[in-house]
Design a protein around this ligand. Structure first.
Ligand SMILES: *[C@@H]1O[C@H](CO)[C@@H](O)[C@H](O)[C@H]1NC(C)=O
Ligand SMILES: *[C@@H]1O[C@H](CO)[C@@H](O)[C@H](O)[C@H]1NC(C)=O
Length: 531
């Protein structure tokens, strides 16, 4: 009897292992203790990753503590915030110095590759900071600007790089306005009444989802409302229908992504997935089930409507990561509760893949689950080798390693199925590519590997977004038009393609350029897109 029960258990265990093994994707532990739970994460063109938190807690690494506990007499709490740089090749962590509070701030890479980072809380609420990245062996650090500050305090705002290379800064708690960096006019902020309309008793208009459409206007989504915003003339050109299924932004947030821009770049589609019911935050209903619904809309159409679809799982605080293939990975988050300290339960360990090109109803695939809960204040970022970096999770006011959902210092990577051993043969290697590419101009890259089939070959450029609070600010993937593939004498292949036509399709700056063959991406090279 005991033996047969043991056998049954063994069998169940084996089935569980097999079924896990059969689900696509694998996990990799990169760093056991990064010394920081990254709340805001961005990948630089030097293949380093900026990790940024706010905290009045004790870093677990003494060397980090030494660096971070700088005394700023203006600050409300000393030793309050910190940042570090993670080198992808050596897996080393280098502490960075930051003085003003970055809690719930915003960011965006400028065309010269500098990360602009704005706002936060307390003395950081109007602060503008820059991080000009360097080679991993060098010692670049944060610069906090003292001669200029934001016109209004920005806590939970969203930044988006614009075609002219400036940045628009939208919203924030009690800040229903927009402003620009560099500032466009004296006085700074411009009222944006849409954010007032989108507010409710628990706000729900924070960290608005902002996407720069290829027509040059902004799609701005807050709560369940969205508009087409002509920021140049400060005019709302269109109000989209409301998205059903409850609020979608902080503190009830799912996530949002703009699907790859392709073809003649005349259309853009937005997908918003997950979130929770109104009241889960205000009434602190930590077991309120998260939504599984997604809305999808062609934002560039005349009178578009939301197409609804269902994820395999409910999820709040999921990150939607645009993969080099144009598929979307939805990862991290929880299945119940809302955003905020101690507000969620039931971590959602199972990522799903969304294939936008498949017919409605068959776009989702359930992937191999992880083991580390990544809930409030966690991030997900695409890396240049096609992996996805996962950092953070700290649903507590202080760092707490003993609570049910502990502060998470592990850095992990999720490897989508395209990185499996079986797919290795498909993955091309870029052996030569230009450092700069120019709007409307042809370019070519040299690749080696399996003979690439033209009709199954893509060259895609991906921005490096600023990931925070389950939304990646400035995330963008543009598929270039590929015109030919030709073998040269050495056995390498020359792939000819065309850079994006203009700055609206892809604002100037650094992008990861991937050659994607039969759905498997190469390692990217960084290219600077400019005039
Ligand atoms: C959008 O949210 C408001 C409350 O903020 C609600 O009254 C309205 O019914 C919602 N719209 C839809 C389509 O669910
Ligand atoms: C950590 O969390 C546990 C359980 O929620 C709690 O009892 C403890 O006081 C917390 N520790 C700190 C340092 O906040």
């Amino acid at each position: 009897m005991v033996r047969s029960r043991f056998l049954v258990l063994l069998l169940i265990g084996m089935i569980a292992i097999i079924s896990h093994a059969e689900l696509p994707g694998t996990w990799e532990l990169l760093v056991e203790n990064a010394g920081i739970a990254s709340m805001h994460t961005a990948v630089t063109r030097f293949n380093t990753v900026i990790l940024l938190d706010r905290t009045n807690v004790q870093p677990t690494l003494e060397k980090l503590r030494k660096h971070h506990c700088q005394i700023n007499p203006q600050d409300v709490v000393l030793c309050h915030h910190y940042s570090a740089l993670f080198d992808l090749s050596t897996k080393k962590i280098r502490p960075l110095t930051i003085l003003t509070d970055t809690l719930c701030s915003a960011g965006q890479f400028l065309p010269d590759g500098t990360l602009l980072q704005t706002g936060g809380d307390n003395v950081g609420i109007k602060k503008i900071r820059k991080f000009n990245p360097c080679e991993a062996t060098e010692s670049c650090d944060w610069e906090e600007l003292n001669d200029i500050e934001l016109a209004q305090g920005r806590w939970y705002a969203t930044n988006q790089i614009l075609p002219d290379g400036t940045v628009i800064i939208i919203g924030g708690r009690m800040t229903n306005s927009v402003e620009y960096f560099p500032p466009r006019q004296a006085g700074g902020a411009i009222n944006f009444p849409f954010l007032v309309e989108a507010g409710d008793a628990q706000f729900d208009n924070l960290y608005p989802y902002v996407h720069l459409l290829p027509n040059g206007h902004l799609f701005v989504f807050a709560n369940n409302k969205s508009v087409l915003y002509d920021y140049t003339n400060n005019v709302v050109l269109k109000k989209y229908p409301e998205l059903e299924g409850g609020p979608r932004n902080y503190p009830s947030a799912g996530s949002s992504v703009m699907l790859p821009l392709i073809g003649d770049y005349s259309t853009a589609t937005i997908v918003i997935c997950g979130g929770t019911q109104f009241g889960a935050f205000n009434d602190k209903i930590t077991n309120a089930p998260a939504h599984s619904s997604c809305g999808r809309i062609v934002a560039t159409e005349e009178e578009p409507v939301w197409e609804m679809e269902e994820m395999p799982l409910g999820r709040i605080m999921g990150d939607m990561v645009m993969l080099p293939t144009g598929d979307v990975l939805i990862i991290n988050g929880a299945q119940a509760g809302s955003q905020g300290f101690e507000m969620a339960t039931k971590p959602c360990l199972t990522p799903v893949l969304y294939r936008p090109g498949e017919p409605l109803g068959s776009r989702f695939t359930t992937l191999n689950p992880g083991s580390v809960p990544r809930m409030y204040h966690s991030t997900a970022n695409l890396l240049p080798d096609g992996r996805v970096l996962l950092a953070g999770s700290n649903p507590h006011y202080y760092y707490n390693f003993t609570s049910e959902f502990p502060t998470e210092l592990k850095l992990e990577a999720f490897l989508p199925e395209y990185l499996s051993v079986e797919n290795e043969v498909l993955r091309l290697i870029i052996i030569d590519s230009p450092d700069t590419i120019h709007y409307g101009h042809g370019l070519h890259i040299m690749v080696t590997g399996e003979i690439p089939k033209l009709e199954m070959l893509e060259v895609n450029i991906a921005s490096a977004p600023y990931a925070t609070h389950s939304f990646s600010q400035g995330q963008r993937l543009v598929k270039l038009a590929v015109s030919s593939v030709e073998a040269d004498q050495s056995g390498a292949f020359e792939v000819k393609c065309m850079a994006p036509p203009d700055r609206k399709v892809a604002p100037p700056g650094y992008y990861m350029m991937f050659a994607v063959h039969k759905g498997a991406p190469s390692v990217a090279t960084w290219v600077l897109l400019m005039d």
